[in-house]
Design a protein around this ligand. Structure first.
Ligand code: SF4
Ligand code: SF4
Length: 259
């Protein structure tokens, strides 16, 4: 994971060349490694909307309680949207609030960034097909002894072992919004637009109340089945949030207005 290692953390990281899902790497992490939990401190750990949803559900908190107790919200990113970071404990060690000597106390619901390490994931446009192609790379952090272990993985096996498909699918939708924000250039979002983004991405309870207690549903063409899914299922609601934000902030017809 990307730790705050002092001067410039990127200088101490080593990254491999591009890898596909069929490529192999050597790594193991677990209680037997000498550095166990060493990486769960001094992190700049950005939380995506799906990370936040998993964590507040796990902790049986409301989204607002979770955001208040566990996160720091930072402005100033190049895409123009606020970013949510996990608040590290304020003592000198800056520990993740979820680490214990036995490991991660929210393991089944740990953030996507904790799952994917030691891999990184990116995409680039194939010039001949004009399609985005995803690729992976290994990020070697100097303190991590996991690379000394003899277990081999295919990238595809690692993604499946760490249960990353749903994280990647939902996080890609956030990345689309970031890209759209980035392409706006220097034009800033209004306070109201930023509030819409924070509500729809990070406070699904409030967004659901807004949908069902305002005239929202009279404006969009949605089937009764869709409406019930939005009412009952947080993941479906989050996907709907991304579509609404594309529509409301960028004028993309991701939702259809009633005629
Ligand atoms: S959430 Fe869990 S895995 Fe991630 S940094 Fe915290 S303790 Fe470590
Ligand atoms: S092996 Fe690497 S990822 Fe695992 S606990 Fe050690 S430093 Fe963290």
């Amino acid at each position: 994971m990307n730790q705050d290692m002092g001067s410039d953390p990127r200088m101490s990281l080593k990254m491999t060349d591009r890898m596909s899902r069929e490529d192999c790497f050597q790594f193991y992490c677990g209680p037997s490694v000498p550095c166990f939990t060493e990486c769960c401190r001094k992190l700049d750990l950005a939380l995506t909307p799906y990370d936040v949803l998993r964590l507040y559900t796990r902790l049986d908190k409301s989204p607002s309680e979770f955001l208040e107790d566990y996160t720091v919200i930072k402005a100033g990113s190049r895409h123009g949207f606020p970013e949510v970071f996990l608040k590290m404990d304020v003592d000198g060690e800056k520990l993740c609030p979820f680490v214990s000597k036995n490991g991660c106390t929210v393991y089944e619901d740990r953030p996507g960034a904790c799952r994917i390490y030691p891999l990184g994931r990116a995409s680039s446009k194939n010039r001949s097909t004009d399609l985005n192609e995803e690729f992976y790379f290994v990020v070697r952090e100097p303190h991590c002894r996991g690379f000394e272990q003899t277990k081999n993985w295919l990238v595809d096996e690692w993604l499946s072992d760490q249960d990353l498909e749903q994280y990647n699918r939902l996080n890609d939708q956030l990345m689309e919004l970031y890209m759209l924000g980035f392409r706006r250039g220097s034009a800033q979002f209004s306070t109201q637009q930023l509030q819409m983004f924070m509500m729809a991405c990070y406070n699904l309870k409030k967004f659901r109340e807004f949908i069902f207690r305002s005239s929202f549903l009279t404006k969009f063409e949605l089937s009764s089945e869709d409406i019930e899914l939005i009412r009952e299922n947080d993941v479906i609601l989050l996907e709907f949030s991304f579509r609404w934000l594309k529509f409301a902030l960028f004028g993309i017809p991701a939702l259809k207005l009633k005629s």
